[in-house]
Design a protein around this ligand. Structure first.
Ligand code: HEM
Length: 177
């Protein structure tokens, strides 16, 4: 179940996960005859190459976040199709779970198989920007966003494990506890 989160005050960035997935992949689909991208279900396009996935007020379940420093769930469904249907990439409802060392961004099973586990797509380092606290926000920015072994197949084995993906930004209300 998803819950809504109050919008931040005017002038502040909306809460959510801002991410461009992989710019070269988006460009590849764009220049492909018949290539198509759709963004919805809580995700909105930002600029030419990024999406904002809305913050879900319900965090990932406890069993997914044991030992985590922070964890966020986001809503949104981004799909890329092309090559007469042979290419289908779905990046939906991402979670970011920050451990002691690195964070993992996972997505729903791209093929929507019933009961399929989530797919860990990229790992990253996250650092927070304390300046956001004055606005009642937490802001986290990534470095070293890298494709996981589990994510390789989603891109038809074109990218290798460790391939660099785009940086993410997370804006959320400051945790109250
Ligand atoms: C009819 C089948 C396919 C053909 C003919 C094809 C052709 C190509 C070609 C020619 C390139 C390199 C040229 C360019 O960058 O524009 C490429 C890159 C790539 N293809 Fe395909 N492809 C096919 C299917 C797929 C499928 C099913 C996927 C699954 C996601 C896929 C994912 C990719 C990726 C990720 C790249 C690299 C994009 C980048 O970051 O530059 N391709 N493909």
């Amino acid at each position: 179940m998803t819950e809504t989160v109050p919008e931040p005050a005017a002038g502040l960035p909306p809460h959510g996960l801002r991410w461009g997935i992989k710019t070269s992949f988006i460009d590849y689909v764009r220049r492909m005859p018949g290539g198509r991208g759709t963004v919805g279900e809580g995700a909105t396009p930002v600029g030419s190459h990024e999406m904002l996935f809305a913050l879900d007020a319900a965090p990932p379940p406890a069993e997914a976040t044991a030992g985590a420093v922070r964890a966020w769930a986001f809503r949104g469904d981004v799909r890329f199709t092309g090559h007469g249907g042979m290419l289908f990439v779905r990046v939906a409802n991402p979670w970011v779970v920050l451990g002691a060392d690195e964070a993992v961004l996972s997505i729903e099973d791209p093929y929507q198989t019933p009961d399929a586990p989530r797919l860990p797509l990229v790992t990253m380092r996250l650092r927070s920007d304390p300046a956001a606290e004055a606005d009642g926000l937490e802001a986290w920015f990534s470095t070293e966003v890298r494709l996981t072994p589990e994510g390789v197949e989603l891109f038809n084995d074109v990218y290798q494990v460790g391939e660099a993906f785009e940086p993410v930004a997370i804006i959320a209300p400051l945790p109250t506890t």
